[in-house]
Design a protein around this ligand. Structure first.
Ligand code: COA
Length: 377
């Protein structure tokens, strides 16, 4: 008899701590801290670049550091010609997350320093990726629309440049503020599935591009970052405010998941959702969007009444991005373009921790089967 060596198996690794981190803390009671700062104290007071610096270097930058970082990020937003050529030859019906997954991987092919896995080289790569991921997303959109790929503007920060490169028109003050807040709120979130995937890859000492590619592929799924795109789909399926109740009851009766609701960690309202709700309310002033906002509020009330669960980051984020004129297929790529800061910070932390992440599994198949040669099967 084989000794199965059965171990305690925790499905979905629920409540298992698989790493120690100084990057962010997700408080189940409904708070989020970036390197010790409550996001409620940061939002509206800092720019996205300051958060990137905080996550990567564990401290907020001073003015000189911030200016230098902004300059580096802006210059890194220009894509190498082979990446632009690759985007031009990509089938236009590809989902932008598929395109992003491929192009992040391709960036690694053009890294002339590929053999340098020092902390300094990886911090430079993190800055480069934080700039190039949004640039890839924006450029693919422009190319798909048969529009010119634009150059980032000197006077803009990363969030403003990202949306400018994507839409091709300047942002008004409210849009700029919304974009900054959106990116800050999506920058990091503990050991979520995509960050975990990135850390697993980094734990083998594979390169940063491979780790980020793992993360992009993981974020794409509908139980993770892919949920926001589906929130928009759900909103389009509910014709009027009065239909919300029946629609949601129908979904729950069919035991379907309402996209943008529920969370593995939070027992209370997701703190990011509170901010995104406020931002979307301010942006949704015109008649059509006011209607979308009202539908969202009603969905929130019905889902909470029936299931006692709250909206997560993806629910009101969908409304914010819709109000910024971004097509729903690009919602997850916008998420990735912000989370790249958290992913790279965690990859750096994992390299420093230098431990292989390799759990075990309990074998539940049969034992001692009699082998039958192929001629006799
Ligand atoms: N819609 C309806 N019911 C939901 C739900 C949702 N979005 N999320 C959780 N629930 C219910 C489950 O059916 C379950 O109820 P039950 O005990 O009566 O069966 C209970 O809440 C617990 O759910 P569980 O599957 O154990 O939670 P989880 O931690 O495994 O899953 C998510 C977390 C995020 C995957 C899950 O909430 C979900 O699928 N949400 C929708 C997708 C989404 O928005 N993803 C983005 C996450 S940021």
């Amino acid at each position: 008899m084989v000794n199965s060596g059965e171990k305690v198996c925790i499905r979905g690794l629920r409540d298992v701590a698989a790493a120690e981190t100084r990057i962010s803390f997700v408080d189940p009671l409904g708070a989020l801290y970036y390197a010790g700062y409550n996001i409620d104290d940061l939002i509206g007071k800092v720019c996205y670049e300051e958060i990137f610096h905080l996550l990567i270097h564990n401290k907020l930058p001073n003015k000189t550091e911030l200016e230098a970082l902004k300059t580096d990020l802006r210059s890194e937003m220009k894509l190498p010609d082979p990446i632009l050529d690759s985007l031009r030859s990509t089938p236009k019906n590809c989902h932008p997350m598929e395109v992003l997954r491929t192009e992040v991987s391709r960036l690694g092919e053009y890294d002339e320093n590929r053999d340098d896995n020092s902390e300094q080289a990886n911090k430079k790569r993190a800055t480069m990726l934080a700039a190039k991921v949004p640039a890839i997303v924006a450029s693919f959109h422009r190319i798909r629309q048969n529009e010119k790929v634009l150059d980032p503007k000197e006077e803009y920060g990363l969030a403003e440049n990202f949306l400018y490169l994507f839409r091709g028109k300047p942002l008004d003050a409210e849009e700029k503020d919304a974009m900054e807040r959106y990116m800050i709120l999506h920058a990091d979130h503990g050991l979520n599935a995509s960050t975990f995937a990135a850390r697993v890859t980094a734990s083998t000492f594979s390169d940063m591009y491979s780790a980020v590619t793992s993360a992009v592929g993981t974020l794409k799924g509908k139980l993770h970052g892919g949920a926001s795109e589906r929130v928009m789909h759900m909103l389009s399926e509910v014709p009027h405010l009065d239909d919300v109740e029946e629609y949601i009851q129908g979904m729950l009766f069919d035991r379907k998941r309402v996209m943008g609701f529920g969370h593995r960690i939070y027992l209370a309202e997701d703190p990011r959702s509170k901010h995104l709700k406020k931002i979307s309310k301010a942006l949704c002033q015109n008649e059509h969007r006011a209607d979308l906002y009202a539908k969202c509020k009603k969905i929130q009330a019905v889902v909470h009444r029936e299931k006692k669960i709250y909206p997560n980051v993806d629910f009101y984020a969908a409304l914010v991005l819709n109000a910024l004129d971004i097509h729903s297929e690009f919602f997850t790529p916008f998420f990735a373009s912000s989370r790249i800061s958290g992913w790279t910070a965690h990859i750096l932390e994992q390299y420093a921790d230098a431990v292989l992440i390799r759990p075990t599994s309990n074998y539940v198949g049969v034992y001692e089967r009699n082998f039958v040669p192929i001629e006799e099967r």
